[in-house]
Design a protein around this ligand. Structure first.
Ligand SMILES: [Zn+2]
Length: 51
């Protein structure tokens, strides 16, 4: 599974499911890190993205 906040792979004991309330009012459960993590920036970063 992957953290849906920072997009990193998670082990079962590192993950936490939280309720995420969307704008539609329909809540959905997302998996995130148990520890607070930084969301991946959505804007284009000036870093090289190649591997
Ligand atoms: Zn995370």
């Amino acid at each position: 599974m992957f953290c849906q906040r920072c997009d990193k792979p998670l082990k079962a004991d590192e993950a936490e499911k939280i309720d995420h309330h969307g704008a539609t009012g329909a809540g959905s459960t997302i998996t995130v890190c148990r520890i607070p993590c930084r969301p991946t920036p959505q804007q284009t970063a000036p870093y090289e993205t190649g591997r």
